[in-house]
Design a protein around this ligand. Structure first.
Ligand code: HEM
Length: 451
């Protein structure tokens, strides 16, 4: 990648500070299938390597980066040992089964209702075709409010906790220190700045702990570190509250309950598409569409997958460590203890598999041709360490998108507006100011221009 990458991770850290690491890697990979990103790190761009690195039968495991960012206990996503992972995954699989999830749809519907309520309040007069919105009409930070939706939904599904971000319009939460004292902080700031600091400094794994501390003399990193410290107490407080309820004998219907006890109670130590599907149906007053009515819409799903392809929420190459005896990748022998990875962003911009890779073309995910793309679709990673939350994420995405698109029209402030994207392990997105107004559902108006 850089002449110094063979002896130091610094070039990769410098690249990380630019905030568009995978975009750069995607360009480099157009010419080079394998790139050295650090003394002990290789990045792959040739899609045939997916099977070798992430496939069900891969000998690679998650690498040391998961250890250094883990908490006091490993969770399902950062545990490395294969047996320990299999045990945790089995315990959680029944809770994540789609049958169970549909029972929690009402929690997603409740949050969609709250999001709609806010959008209703922000609605302005319909925009005439070709007209530019008045600046005062661009009055919703869609990004912030959909963040509130996701956070409120998962807290309810996971812990029956009502964070209330959508009700209050802000994300102040309580954190808990290990000494039992509590404090107030902003959920999203803590989450993002913690992730950002890690993604900038983690790359020389063996030095990370030191670099993480020493970096705090620089105000830029110190600020992130304060947020990171506040972040740690948020799950502590949420888990604490939920455990109190469990101990108090409350039987709640959520992930937490499914984790604590098995089923027997034993403790476990697009627009027209959507409209057609709803033809003849009376819309609910609150505008929330039932998952059952929209879950089989192939074009809606193709739009979701195409969005996840263009900007996979986790764009950076998820590192896997080669086994002690080494392993063959792309037919080349790679010795043991090497971190190997393929970025979902790089895989998704591969022109041979995804022609016109920079364009939003949902049709590519339809039918048999669409199915054939799935092995190269890495938004949820792949294999045994692929995302277990995939189904619940599709339920959330489908209900909220169908409900919002059925009820509203949106316009950006200008046709050339672009969202700010800063890459960390995920993307840190800037605000997304939009104008919103209620659709005249009877007339099925087609979106025009940059709406
Ligand atoms: C669009 C939404 C989502 C995307 C794109 C996504 C993506 C991913 C990716 C790329 C991984 C692999 C991480 C790694 O290798 O380090 C992963 C793992 C995981 N995800 Fe998701 N995820 C999403 C939603 C969710 C939700 C809603 C949940 C929980 C409710 C969830 C729970 C998990 C867990 C527990 C793992 C670790 C699985 C294992 O190691 O066995 N995800 N996800």
């Amino acid at each position: 990648m850089h002449p110094l990458s063979g002896i130091s991770s610094i070039p990769f850290m410098v690249l990380a500070h630019g905030g568009a690491r995978s975009t750069y890697m995607s360009k480099v990979h157009q010419k080079h299938p394998v790139v050295r990103t650090g003394p002990n790190m290789l990045s792959y761009g040739d899609l045939r390597a997916i099977k070798d690195i992430y496939g069900h039968n891969t000998a690679c495991t998650k690498d040391g980066s998961y250890v250094i960012t883990s908490g006091s206990h490993y969770h399902l996503a950062d545990v490395i040992d294969k047996h320990d992972h299999a045990r945790k995954r089995k315990l959680l699989s029944s809770a994540y089964a789609i049958k169970n999830l549909e029972g929690w749809e009402h929690k997603v519907a409740d949050k969609t209702h709250k999001l709609n309520k806010h959008l209703d309040e922000c609605c302005t007069v319909p925009l005439a075709p070709g007209e530019v919105p008045k600046p005062e009409d661009v009055n919703v930070d869609y990004r912030k409010w959909t963040n509130f939706f996701t956070l409120d939904a998962i807290a309810d599904i996971g812990l029956s906790d009502k964070l209330g971000f959508l009700d209050r319009g802000h994300d102040k939460v309580t954190g808990r220190r290990l000494d039992g004292s509590t404090y107030e902080c902003d959920f999203r700031d803590c989450l993002y700045q913690n992730a950002r600091k890690q993604s900038l400094l983690i790359w020389p794994y063996q030095w990370y702990s030191l670099i993480n501390k020493v970096s705090n003399i620089i105000p830029f990193y110190n600020r992130m570190d304060n947020f990171a410290r506040d972040w740690e107490g948020i799950p502590v407080e949420l888990a604490h509250k939920r455990l109190q309820r469990y101990r108090g004998g409350e039987k709640l219907d959520d992930f937490f309950q499914a984790l604590m006890e098995d089923k027997t109670g034993h403790p476990n130590n697009l627009e027209w598409e959507i409209d057609d599907a709803l033809e003849g149906e009376e819309d609910e007053e609150d505008g929330v569409i039932a998952y059952d009515k929209v879950k089989h819409l192939p074009y809606l799903r193709a739009c979701l997958d195409e969005s996840l392809r263009l900007f996979p929420p986790t764009p950076h190459g998820l590192p896997r460590e080669t086994p002690a005896d080494g392993v063959d990748i792309l037919g080349d022998y790679i010795p043991g203890g090497v971190s190997v990875a393929m970025s979902a962003f790089v895989a998704h911009r591969n022109e041979s598999m995804f022609p016109q890779a920079d364009q939003f073309i949902p049709e590519r995910f339809l039918g048999e041709a669409g199915k054939a793309l799935q092995p190269y679709f890495l938004a949820f990673s792949a294999g045994a360490r692929g995302c277990i939350g995939r189904n619940i994420s599709y339920l959330e995405q489908t209900v909220v998108l169908a409900s919002v698109l059925r009820r509203y029209e949106f316009a950006l402030s200008s046709p050339i507006w672009q969202i700010e994207r800063l890459e960390t392990m995920n993307w840190l997105l800037g605000e997304m100011p939009v104008k919103v107004w209620r659709r005249d559902i009877g007339s099925k108006t087609a979106p025009s221009g940059y709406r």
